[in-house]
Design a protein around this ligand. Sequence first.
Ligand SMILES: [Fe+2]
Ligand SMILES: [Fe+2]
Length: 186
Amino acid sequence: MAKGKKKRKKSFLTDVKTLRKRARAHIEQGAVTQGYSADRETVLKLLNEALATEIICVLRYRRHHFMASGLEAQSVAAEFLQHATEEQAHADEIAARIVQLGGEPNFSPEGLATRAHAEYVEGENLIDMIKEDLVAERIAIDSYREMVAYCGNDDPTTRRMLEGILAMEEEHADDLVSLLENLGAS
Ligand SMILES: [Fe+2]
Ligand SMILES: [Fe+2]
């Protein structure tokens, strides 16, 4: 073999002794081990922004649910309520992960709208409401996609959670497009 081209044996697994030793150090950090290679502070900041986004989406969808009920648009109202419930479940998943990573979920109403990516828009009528929800979903889709890429292999658990949420936001956007089509508004 030519000089300098010697193949170095690739060792990608940590030996058992080191693994065991590492696990015993800083046990108070729970799920966050020495092998956690993401920037924890950045991940926590991103997750808190996502949490704010989900809370804003819950509030907007619930407002829309009650307003649509008043407009005698029962099937649209039901869809809004279902989305509100699913956004709440996302918020809960994210808050739980923040705690697991040793952070604190920010539920403060102060600055909530600024921390969130999506906006709280009331909408003048049914079509407006659906369009605003669709815009918010599209914002969420892009920001989750970026967060997934950021987590990469450094934090696969957070990444998988975000991928699941992303898939549901895509479904939401699709539902809203169908609603607009049914109403002849697209
Ligand atoms: Fe969501
Ligand atoms: Fe959504």
